[in-house]
Ligand binder design. Structure first.
Ligand SMILES: NC(=O)c1ccc[n+]([C@@H]2O[C@H](COP(=O)([O-])OP(=O)(O)OC[C@H]3O[C@@H](n4cnc5c(N)ncnc54)[C@H](OP(=O)(O)O)[C@@H]3O)[C@@H](O)[C@H]2O)c1
Length: 339
């Protein structure tokens, strides 16, 4: 082990399963030893890790598409960092890698789960957001799942967030007739229109969503990209034109609910309007990764696609960053940076 490595580092553990909104007592920042990487592994000093809404689901002990976090074990999730010691062919100290062992300062990563990333092409944090998981979610969810086509009117909720902000801009870049976004503050609404070029946007806290959407999309919508669920989904169903398509990507309005949430009251409209509501998981769309990176990198270079990040400094603030994400304190991708 090289002399400049610490004996121990910090990592976040889930220590109790939250009921409703997560509380500080449900989490603990603990010390763990830093050891030389075993055969086939690299030791990575994490520089940034991702906090994401789906992690709330992993805090519950229920069967889902990803296993629950184990109690008294480090949580995981997307991270980028620098290899500080390698015991795997093809990796050496100084390489930057994307991997799945976030929520900790140092990670012993199986080399087969580490992907090299190039810090000279984009800031490393971008590989967690606009060029990473959330960017691909937007791209695949809009172009593949929703079968977006030129001339469609698109409504996206959570529009100032990591996924939503990309959905709206991508739709504009590919010739949407109108793009409407909803978000939780007037500042975010202004950002959508002034910086991201949305045609209309509204603050869902300012009045009933259905009413605000009807005003913003008087000719109806063809695509709804759902990040929020609940009242937003019901409003979209009301505003859909015939043959409308919804990508059901997330339902963040329900993640901290303790009772079952009601379905949209107007679901029967799906029949007459011949709507398609389709769930998605980004993991099903890795075949699009290369095309996505190429196209999005081009848009970023030309300045046609913009993105923001909300960066929280310091591992000790990891839980607060996660809670802040659920409260809407982020604009764009929420990142924890470890400096
Ligand atoms: N299916 C998949 O594979 C996949 C992959 C990635 C993400 N997702 C989903 O996509 C959605 C967006 O994820 P993201 O990573 O881009 O997060 P994000 O939008 O950057 O952050 C979450 C945002 O949700 C909004 N929010 C919180 N509570 C809300 C509520 N009750 N009603 C309306 N909005 C609320 C907040 O913004 P406001 O200030 O606007 O309220 C907050 O900033 C989430 O639902 C997530 O679970 C799904």
């Amino acid at each position: 082990m090289s002399a400049n490595l610490p004996d121990s580092s910090r990592e976040w553990h889930l220590v109790a399963r939250p009921h409703g909104w997560p509380k500080a007592e449900d989490f603990a920042l603990r010390e763990a030893p830093v050891t030389a990487p075993a055969e086939g592994r690299v030791l990575v000093r994490n520089l940034h890790f991702s906090v994401d809404p789906y992690m709330r689901g992993r805090m519950n002990d229920v069967k889902s598409y990803t296993p629950p976090f184990e109690l008294d074990q480090p949580m995981d999730g997307g991270a980028v960092g620098e290899v500080v010691a390698s015991n795997a062919e093809g990796f050496e100290a100084g390489d930057h890698v994307l991997h799945g062992l976030g929520w900790r300062e140092y990670a012993s990563v199986p080399a087969k789960h580490a992907v090299k990333v190039d810090a000279s092409l984009a800031p490393l944090s971008a590989y967690l957001g606009v060029l990473g998981m959330t960017g691909l979610t937007a791209y695949a969810g809009l172009f593949d799942v929703a079968s977006f086509k030129e001339g469609d009117a698109v409504f996206v909720s959570g529009a100032a967030g990591a996924v939503g902000s990309q959905v709206g801009q991508m739709a504009k870049l590919k010739g949407a007739s109108r793009v409407i976004g909803s978000a939780g503050s007037d500042e975010k609404v202004e950002l959508l229109v002034e910086e991201y070029g949305f045609d209309a946007a509204f603050n869902y806290k300012n009045g009933p969503v259905a009413e605000q959407l009807r005003k913003a999309a008087p000719d109806g919508i063809d695509v709804y990209f759902d990040n929020v669920g609940g009242e937003h989904l019901e409003a979209a169903i009301s505003s859909f034109n015939v043959h409308g398509r919804a990508t059901i990507c997330g339902m963040i309005s329900q993640y901290n609910e303790t009772d079952p949430t009601p379905a949209p009251r107007n679901l029967a409209l799906v029949i007459g309007k011949r709507l398609r509501l389709q769930g998605m998981l980004v993991a099903d769309h890795s075949d699009l990764k290369e095309q996505f990176v190429q196209e999005v990198a081009g848009w970023l270079n030309s300045g046609e696609l913009k993105y923001r990040e909300t960066v929280v400094e310091g591992i000790e603030n990891g839980f607060e960053a996660f809670l802040g994400l659920l409260r809407g304190e982020n604009t764009g991708k929420m990142i924890v940076s470890l400096g």
